[in-house]
Design a protein around this ligand. Structure first.
Ligand code: MN
Ligand code: MN
Length: 317
């Protein structure tokens, strides 16, 4: 990995060192998987039900409505991995960020019988299969968090290229979700990843993220998250409020993720997204070892390899 990073020192304006870049990118991707695995246990529960059954839910135990094994992840992580593979394949085939390959990857993912699949994702994949269209018309019902939850690989592959982040994020999003609030959130979270992974001065990473959040809420006031309204559903507004509130309120990775998933609702997805942001902020070294030890080994390996490959793509000439 370090060889790859050394080879193209100027391609990405990465002021932080190469080793640190890899650690924080890996922190984001493993953080996504850990939040997914932790939150899935309490997905669709209310905060009261979680207190009743778990007290504070803070261990990766599996179970939940999907009856998962401890450390098993759901669509949030596996769809991200599918999208990341599509980006790598597109690069290999000389069709960088090809939208058809992204859509094909979602189809293959769906045919592989994932443990869960959101309704809007399923509808978009079926539309692509039946009509061949790479996006549907803008739709009020597309305001779920499904495009937001899987955009991490796009952010990694486009480091240092904000315009490609925008176009590739919208390309992958619109295959299943075509909604202005989904678009705005997907892009804003991608921009937060970019500033945290490329910020020269670590102390400036959080203020830079807050500036992006301020811009998001200025353009779309429905995302305002302070005071926190306390809803954590799969509607992208509720998801973003839950994730940003806990990300900015917490002083460390574990308390950010624990805070979000104990709101219940779409807890695997809020857990995944706050894990992604907090992992990018604090790095893989800061992830709880007892959670990493529980995480499905094949997922941990796939995430690690893909992080490395996507950074190499970003750094390629
Ligand atoms: Mn899920
Ligand atoms: Mn979910």
């Amino acid at each position: 990995m370090h060889d790859v990073l050394e080879r193209q020192p100027d391609r990405v304006p990465v002021a932080m060192g190469r080793v640190r870049l890899f650690d924080h990118a890996l922190g984001a991707y493993l953080g996504l998987a850990l939040g997914d695995a932790l939150g899935a246990t309490v997905e669709f529960m209310t905060p009261r039900e979680i207190v009743h059954h778990h007290g504070v839910h803070r261990e990766i135990t599996g179970g939940g409505w999907l009856k998962l094994k401890a450390g098993q992840v759901t669509d949030d992580t596996t769809m991200s991995l599918a999208l990341g593979e599509a980006l790598l394949r597109a690069q290999r085939e000389g069709r960088p960020f090809d939208r058809g390959l992204m859509a094909d990857a979602f189809v293959d993912w769906w045919r592989g019988q994932p443990v869960d699949c959101g309704n809007t994702c399923r509808r978009g994949i079926v539309r692509y299969l039946t009509e061949g269209t790479l996006e549907g018309p803008p739709h009020d019902g597309d305001g779920g968090n499904g495009a937001l939850m899987r955009n991490l690989p796009v952010a990694l592959a486009t480091l240092g290229r904000p315009e490609v982040l925008r176009s590739a994020s919208m390309a992958q999003a619109h295959i299943t979700h075509h909604h202005p609030l989904s678009d705005a959130a997907t892009l804003a979270f991608g921009q937060m990843l970019h500033v945290m992974l490329t910020q020269a001065e670590p102390l400036m990473a959080l203020p830079a993220c807050k500036a992006i959040a301020r811009d998001l809420t200025a353009r779309h006031p429905s995302f305002s998250y302070e005071p926190y309204p306390g809803r954590a559903t799969g509607y992208v507004v509720d998801t973003v409020q839950t994730v940003l509130h806990h990300f900015f309120a917490a002083a460390d990775f574990e308390s950010a993720v624990v805070g979000a998933v104990n709101q219940g609702g779409d807890a695997d997805t809020t857990g995944a997204l706050v894990g992604m942001l907090a992992g990018a902020r604090f790095g893989a070294q800061a992830l709880p070892k007892r959670w990493l030890n529980k995480l499905d080994r094949s997922i941990r390996m796939a995430v690690t390899e893909q992080t490395s490959a996507l950074l190499a793509l970003a750094l390629a000439p």
